[in-house]
Ligand binder design. Sequence first.
Ligand SMILES: Cc1cc2nc3c(=O)[nH]c(=O)nc-3n(C[C@H](O)[C@H](O)[C@H](O)COP(=O)(O)OP(=O)(O)OC[C@H]3O[C@@H](n4cnc5c(N)ncnc54)[C@H](O)[C@@H]3O)c2cc1C
Length: 389
Amino acid sequence: MSVQKTDIVIAGAGLAGLTMAVEMAARPFFDQFRIVILERDEKTANDRTWCFWADPEEPLPPVISRSWPAAHFFGINGFERRLGIQPYTYNMVRSADFYGWAKSVIQRKSNMEWVETDISSIDHDTGGVHTGKGVFEGAFVFNSAIRDFIDRKSEDTRFTQLLQHFKGWIIETDTPAFDPGAVTFMDYRIEQGGDTRFVYVLPFSDRKALVEYTVFSPELLPDEVYDRELSDYIGNRLNIREFVTEETEFGIIPMTDLPIRNREGRTFHIGTAGGFVKGSSGYAFKRTQRKTADFLNGWVSTGAPDESLLRSKWRYRFYDSVLLRVLKNRLVPGSRFFTLLFSKLPATLVFRFLDEDSTFAEDLRLLSAPPTLPFTRAAFLQMPAFHQI
Ligand SMILES: Cc1cc2nc3c(=O)[nH]c(=O)nc-3n(C[C@H](O)[C@H](O)[C@H](O)COP(=O)(O)OP(=O)(O)OC[C@H]3O[C@@H](n4cnc5c(N)ncnc54)[C@H](O)[C@@H]3O)c2cc1C
């Protein structure tokens, strides 16, 4: 079997691998390294739509296709609000645009090579990435392709593994049916089934929108349940009688506090494999941009990669762990928790907290919004896991 030695191997070129590559391409420091990118897919399909809130100062890839200045929230007990989110906007990136842009950046770099191949395993000690086209051995390997650790069910009950699973339809109507000026961030006015369930609406115009049925739970639902709930919401909540479905999207995002090792030998785990997905929300797009930039800036300034820059601060990992336990053990229904947050606090504070930008004083304000007793109980239940999360 052929062995090709190189400086850096990027194993998997989805969101995290491509972000790593384009951020390296943007820093002349990395021109000294030969970088091989291994990916099994052509990365041309629009296989997901990434959305996130951001303020205008946030450095982001130049591929945002839409932004909204406001968001609707529909909670329980009749609570509803059009949330003022300034200075944030809610933004959308089509994955096909992101992949195309990132690949064009990579093509312009003479020190970067794209190899389309299937990865079978990684030897962390040698940095050898085993593929259908031989072994690519790097001094440093950035892995987002192999993530069995996250996807496999863990027997360790100290940690929580929930799934955020969703099905969405892009639908078009003949007559105006949507508010194109505001997304529906969460609509909890649906049957909860003992889980956390909401509908999310991204309006592209007054006649076209992505309507997505989202569930946080340990297991997936039968396919017909997603379809039934979507039909029900579109017919009975949005009062749309006739529509054409243009596209469908189905996704599963792990929500977990499993202890992640960001470095094993020569391998750095990034993306979902490296804990970039926020445990309590499932958001990862902006976190991937931020963590990658912080990590590479650290490397450039010290001359050595520091995996601790890929991790969130412990206190945020702890908050996520407690909320996951609350949801898993059904100590407070998710619909009630999110209604309390958005009814008692400004949305911008909630966003800052979820972005892990809040001060400790702001954290205390936030932590006082949900009912104290169940959260204290959950924190107590999480104690055996504290030192590992
Ligand atoms: C449908 C969907 C919608 C989402 N929407 C949002 C959103 O709106 N906002 C948000 O913040 N987050 C969202 N997420 C969560 C998160 O941002 C994405 O999952 C993100 O793509 C994770 O990045 P990643 O690099 O870890 O994984 P991926 O982007 O999946 O990249 C992994 C790459 O590795 C490659 N690969 C895997 N196995 C192998 C192998 N054996 N050999 C070679 N290559 C391999 C894959 O082809 C892929 O290109 C969404 C996730 C999904 C699934």
